[in-house]
Design a binder for this molecule. Structure first.
Ligand SMILES: [Zn+2]
Ligand SMILES: [Zn+2]
Length: 370
């Protein structure tokens, strides 16, 4: 079967002929790959900046944003049947006795760093025609989401952040939007999303859907397609061309939650200086290490203490975030179907893999495996 593989030693990305995987345990499931999303991580792996092949292998099959259709199940599989659609989680446990989070199935909080990740770290990924894994790593997807379910994995970043925001902001029981999506009037419903890439836009949809009055702040102009897309799902768009960070509060009101999806650390810390009382600030980007920058640490620390602010980072996602992503994607499709479809800007056959892996055009590009 065909697979897209990166050879870090030879600095090559190639279509290879790989052995079709077979079930080896009773709780395993085999899916036929339908679509795999391409993201910045894949592009970094293809640029040989990131990613590790499995031990003993000279190559890594990439891809971690997978939608598949079940073709075969082991005798112990209960929750999936032939013909079902499913998405896969990415991270696999470190297996070390000393790691309580991995033992609990929460490898997204792994303590040891010895976890593996399909398509990224020491395990082959999903840009291949068939995938086998244990049932516990699949989440079933309703058939009506077939067209957009490849967006589930990138949406889980925001869903995990939202779960954590709810947990933190339970300390403000008088005024937080509820997890069910109902907005109560109050003082913690202004969300600011930094960046209008796929993670930012999906995050903005998730925050808007959860009842936050949501603003996306990014580089593109206020008359751009991106700005128009943001407004199409009821969020506000503010361009950094027009509004400086120091004027954000004036334009949007108090900032209660920030969802950072740019990987730009300097911008993020400048925004952190502007956030309001009892705010939660979430980092999701992984910046390249560009050396020290000057920031006003006294002001930031003073604010954080005197305003009860919380700063948290989040990576990867657990099963709960995947389930919420599937639920919310269903909400998005009922409320803003055209906006969701506009996030998928290109579908490429496997033979044309180079275009989406090498270019940054569009929002979310996808490789199809029909
Ligand atoms: Zn990704
Ligand atoms: Zn672990």
């Amino acid at each position: 079967m065909k697979a897209i593989a990166v050879f870090p030693q030879q600095r090559e990305v190639r279509l290879i002929d790989a052995q079709e995987p077979r079930l080896t345990g009773p709780d395993e499931v085999k899916v036929r790959t339908l679509e795999v999303g391409v993201c910045g991580t894949d592009r970094e792996i293809c640029g040989f900046h990131y990613g590790t092949p499995p031990e003993g292998s000279g190559h890594l099959v990439i891809g971690h944003e997978c939608l598949g259709e079940v073709v075969e199940t082991g005798p112990a599989v209960r929750g999936l049947r032939k013909g079902d659609l499913a998405v896969l989680t990415v991270r696999r446990p470190c297996g070390l006795e000393t790691c309580p989070s991995c033992r609990e199935g929460r490898q997204d909080f792994c303590y040891t760093g010895a976890f593996t990740e399909r398509g990224i770290k020491q395990q082959h990924g999903f840009m291949t025609e068939f995938v086998v894994d244990r049932e516990r790593y699949f989440i079933p997807v309703p058939r009506e989401l077939r067209e957009v379910a490849v967006l589930v994995e990138p949406l889980t970043i925001a869903e995990k952040a939202l779960i954590e925001v709810w947990q933190v902001q339970q300390r403000l029981p008088w005024s937080c939007p509820s997890a069910g999506g109902e907005r109560k009037p109050g003082h913690c419903h202004h969300a600011l999303v930094l960046g209008a890439g796929p993670i930012g836009l999906l995050g903005a949809m998730a925050f808007a859907n959860a009842g936050f009055s949501t603003v996306v702040y990014s580089r593109e102009g206020e008359k751009s397609d991106k700005a128009d897309l943001v407004r199409s799902f009821g969020a506000q768009y503010i361009s950094s061309e027009v509004t400086e960070i120091s004027n954000l509060v004036e334009r949007m009101g108090t900032i209660d939650v920030v969802y950072e999806a740019t990987g730009a650390s300097r911008l993020s810390f400048e925004v952190l200086e502007q956030v309001g009382p009892n705010a939660a600030f979430i980092f999701t980007g992984v910046p390249g290490l560009k050396g020290p920058a000057a920031i006003d640490t006294d002001r930031i620390m003073r604010n954080m203490v005197l305003k009860n602010q919380v700063l948290l980072g989040t990576v990867n996602a657990g099963r709960d975030a995947f389930e919420n992503a599937i639920r919310d994607l269903g909400d998005f499709m009922r409320k803003w179907p055209d906006s969701v479809r506009r996030l998928i800007t290109g579908r490429y056959a496997i033979g044309d893999y180079r275009t989406p892996l090498l270019s940054t055009d569009g929002i979310k590009n996808i490789i199809t495996f029909n």
